[in-house]
Design a protein around this ligand. Structure first.
Ligand code: FES
Length: 168
């Protein structure tokens, strides 16, 4: 074999090895990116529209406690699959539906109609009636659900519990 053909064959070998290494490197980069995108899509699937009941259960100008059954449950979840939320009817079918859990560490907040405040019993977090933060350790306002008024029923997009990393 001549020197020239040996050099050409070495060049081909190095070229193929380089291409193979690039394919491996691209795969190693692509796997976590695809995993991240798939996880984001899968997260979306843990939410579904559920009814909170007739609109007559939520009189205008009032904030009432409502409960829905988490649509992503297994039979042995029992009562833990019942999810509470606060429903505020501002009139003219304008609603706000708040997650019951505090935006600090998740304790259930209570509504006090006399002061028009939500208060958290754990560390003194306080929220205004529109769910915005009033005082205390919570870093933000209450989490809000998407809602729709369908006919005479109030529906929310429930399922996955909100957290600071994954708001509803
Ligand atoms: S959990 Fe509500 S203030 Fe800490």
């Amino acid at each position: 074999m001549s020197d020239e053909s040996q050099a050409s064959s070495r060049r081909k070998f190095l070229m193929r090895t380089g291409i193979a290494l690039n394919v491996v490197a691209a795969s190693l980069i692509a796997v976590p990116v695809i995993g991240y995108i798939a996880a984001a899509l899968r997260k979306r699937s843990y939410q579904a529209w559920v009814s909170l009941g007739p609109m007559s259960s939520f009189p205008a100008g009032e904030t009432r406690l409502a409960t829905y059954r988490n649509p992503f449950t297994v039979p042995w979840d029992g009562r833990t699959a019942d999810v509470a939320c606060w429903v505020r009817n501002m009139g003219a079918s304008q609603m706000q539906v708040f997650a019951v859990n505090c935006a600090h560490l998740g304790c259930p907040v209570r509504w006090f109609p006399e002061s028009k405040l939500f208060m958290c019993p754990c560390h003194g977090g306080v929220y205004y009636e529109d769910g915005s933060r009033a005082s205390g350790p919570p870093p933000r306002g209450l989490f809000e659900y998407e809602y729709e008024v369908r006919g005479d029923e109030l529906w929310v997009r429930g399922g996955q519990m909100p957290t600071l990393a994954n708001p509803v």
